[in-house]
Design a protein around this ligand. Structure first.
Ligand code: FAD
Ligand code: NAG
Ligand code: NAG
Ligand code: NAG
Ligand code: NAG
Ligand code: NAG
Length: 610
């Protein structure tokens, strides 16, 4: 490192540290005692902070957040993109490493159709919510999937064309920096018209300033089996073929763009009224008056209980597992469950906690002879080089979180083994809804040859199994009971077995035969029969953390519906749910774009008193 670069490096580092400290001082912190605001938002997560920032333009807003500040509690892990791929507490085994300052430490019930495993399902407990721990992939769903949403909720404002203005409001896009990416073989295609920077969307969306060579090679295998580059990218309503996908990374310093650093910081910088943030404060119950109008929230901060009253509305944004939990604890849910725990019934809504959608994936591993991000960070000397690239140029392996992804409906030759029932159920998804997403990655192998363990993953985007969430007591101090329901419908196993064979075809492609070294490592050549493949999938399936739909939006009177198309909870007044629990199904692919979009859309409803 020469002197000039070192100087830049120190300046950049100080700026970075200075930024997070200064920001914390500027947060308007709530005091743990009775108070009253126009709007009370429960959960300062992905949706919660986007909503709070928008509402605070013309109203007083309190945000009740159970966690603290990730910059302090998780440091670089939540700031530097590369660490997002390897955060230890994201492990899914029951004995995962713990990070109680950041994670709710949720374990599901033993999954009888998935090896009886209890999956650790990471969910962030921090200001910024899961946007502070997610993998940063940003893309939108398909035209057909939002049409399905519109049809299910009986509201044409949910078609892709009608949602596009709200998607555009959320994000500012920065085109790929080809010089920093330094990979002409990792071509980015997208439609600039899918974004509108004049709207100054707070969220930063960009393409990584570094390309992982392993991904560039595995991308070839995906393309070779028929998944060509999608010319429009993944933000114009089409998900077929492959793309280098954008990420929620701020390109100027290659830091993670969370709901906190984007929406909340914008509100703070604007010098107008900003939301008041109650940190380390857990909502324990939503309170109602005689007319079933939500009047406020009971909150506990370090053992100290008090009430934050809402002059206008309470908005629940506690995420896919905690929003249904809090509704139940407050008397909204299936009457039988409420009675079982002697909770007075405010609204008998059988759908609360039902209809849990989850996307699961499996991996197939083989050795390859090209480096990956981890290879470049293997020794202290390499790390020093990479740190310099990162802090002087916002580039290099630390600046990137991936990734090449690809989508398809399984091709005809892979459908021949599907039962008529499964084929029929899959045919009911919209024609542009991909059944499988493929993801390419790798990690250092620890030996010179192969240098890398390459990973091709297949994610089920058309799950037909659903799970459920409920409570185990009438107290917020007990975690929700989560039954993911993985692989309980045989259709999912059949679809994934077909996808498994498709992944083997990718690995077998002549496009990568020059770099593939040795036989399949996991699950290995002995796994060939459909029964053995299915067994491998049951024993190893992982969550990609896209769980949704436990407080599903729907039409009034529909048996499973919890909120209407303006996110208002049925049977009560002054209460909405706005987060990934209200999407009526898992939108195909990665959900954060839709979560931010929904926050913008409902914020507009609220401000217009709709
Ligand atoms: C590890 C991981 C990787 C992911 N990768 C991607 C990706 O690459 N791309 C993508 O699009 N999506 C990804 N996702 C999914 C996406 O991040 C989530 O769907 C989205 O962030 C959910 O937003 P939310 O507002 O519903 O909930 P959250 O952002 O989780 O917010 C809920 C908030 O409520 C708080 N809370 C809960 N209960 C209470 C209470 N009683 N009182 C006070 N506060 C409470 C929580 O602490 C949290 O801050 C990933 C998710 C995870 C966990
Ligand atoms: C706070 O509000 C609650 C409910 O309105 C009330 O019962 C309680 O007495 C109040 N506490 C104080 C200290 O005013
Ligand atoms: C793409 O280019 C990068 C940078 O030159 C290189 O490391 C990688 O091996 C290339 N990938 C392919 C598939 O050619
Ligand atoms: C959740 O689903 C399981 C499996 O179908 C079922 O046994 C259980 O009763 C359900 N629980 C709730 C709360 O609906
Ligand atoms: C791999 O490719 C060879 C020919 O290139 C073919 O004979 C073989 O069946 C393929 N195997 C798989 C699992 O696709
Ligand atoms: C982030 O943490 C600071 C302070 O501990 C270190 O000085 C940085 O080198 C580190 N950055 C990375 C990319 O690991």
């Amino acid at each position: 490192m020469n002197f000039t670069n070192f100087g830049n490096f120190v300046v950049a580092l100080c700026a970075l540290i200075g930024r997070s400290i200064a920001q914390e001082e500027q947060l308007q912190a709530g005091k743990p005692r009775n108070a009253s605001y126009d709007y009370v938002v429960i959960g300062g997560g992905t949706a919660g902070l986007a909503l709070a920032a928008r509402l605070s333009v013309s109203a007083s807003v309190a945000v009740i957040e159970a966690g603290g500040l990730y910059e302090k509690d998780n440091g670089n892990q939540s700031v530097v993109p590369y660490y997002g791929l390897i955060m230890p507490f994201l492990a899914t085994t029951e004995d995962h490493p713990r990070q109680p300052l950041m994670d709710w430490d949720l374990l599901c019930t033993p999954q009888s159709s998935a090896g009886n495993r209890r999956i650790h399902y990471a969910q962030a407990k921090t200001l910024g919510g899961s946007s502070a721990i997610n993998t940063m992939t940003y893309h939108r769903g398909t035209v057909g999937s939002y049409q399905r949403w519109a049809d299910l909720v009986g509201d044409l404002s949910y078609t892709f064309d009608n949602l596009l203005p709200y998607f555009k409001r959320t994000a500012t896009v920065t085109p790929p920096n080809l010089q920093k990416r330094n990979a002409p073989n990792a071509t980015v295609l997208y439609e600039p018209s899918a974004f509108d920077n004049r709207l100054k969307g707070p969220l930063q969306v960009s393409w990584a300033n570094w390309v992982d060579p392993t991904q560039s090679w595995l991308a070839r295998a995906l393309q070779a089996v028929g998944q060509a580059l999608n010319p429009s990218g993944f933000n114009s309503g089409k998900l077929n073929g492959g793309a280098w996908t954008p990420s929620t990374i701020r390109p100027k310093d290659a830091t993670r763009s969370t709901s906190k650093i984007s929406y909340l910081e914008s509100a703070i910088k604007s010098k107008r009224r900003q939301p008041t943030i109650y940190l380390h404060s857990q909502a324990s119950k939503i309170l109602f008056d005689q007319d079933k109008t939500a009047t406020g929230v009971a909150v506990v901060t370090e053992g100290n209980g008090y009430v934050i009253s809402a002059k206008k509305e309470v908005i629940l944004s506690a995420g896919v597992f905690h929003s249904p939990q809090l509704l139940l604890l407050s008397g909204i849910g299936p009457a039988s469950t409420l009675s079982e725990y002697s909770i007075p019934i405010i609204s008998d809504l059988p759908g609360v906690g039902q209809n849990l959608w989850d996307q699961i994936f499996f991996n197939v591993l083989r050795g390859i002879s090209v480096p990956n991000a981890g290879t470049y960070l293997a020794t202290p000397a390499q790390q020093a080089v990479a740190l310099q690239q990162y802090y002087t140029n916002a580039a290099g392996p630390y600046s990137s979180a991936g990734g090449y992804i690809s989508f398809e409906k399984l091709p005809a030759e892979y459908r021949t083994t599907l039962s008529p029932r499964t084929a029929d159920m899959l045919s009911q998804f919209p024609t542009d809804w991909p059944e499988i997403e493929y993801l390419a990655s790798g990690f250092p192998s620890g030996t010179a040859n192969p240098t890398t363990i390459g990973v091709i993953s297949a994610i089920l985007l058309s799950p037909l199994s659903t799970g459920n969430v409920t409570i185990r007591s009438s107290s917020i101090s007990d975690p929700p009971v989560i039954n993911l329901g993985w692989l309980t419908d045989p259709a999912d196993g059949e679809t994934l077995v077909a996808a498994f064979k498709r992944v083997r075809e990718m690995w077998n492609s002549s496009a990568i035969s020059g770099i593939v070294a040795g036989p399949e490592i996991v699950p290995g050549a002995t796994v060939t029969s459909d029964a053995d493949i299915l067994n491998y999938i049951r024993q190893s399936a992982q969550p990609i953390w896209h769980a949704s739909s436990t407080c599903a939006m729907g039409k009034k009177g529909d048996s499973g519906a919890v909120v209407d198309s303006k996110a208002r909870v049925f049977g009560v007044n002054g209460l909405r749910v706005v987060d990934n629990s209200v999407t009526p199904f898992s939108v195909p692919g990665h959900p954060q774009s839709s979560v931010y979009m929904l926050a913008e859309k409902i914020a507009e409803n609220i401000l217009k008193a709709e």
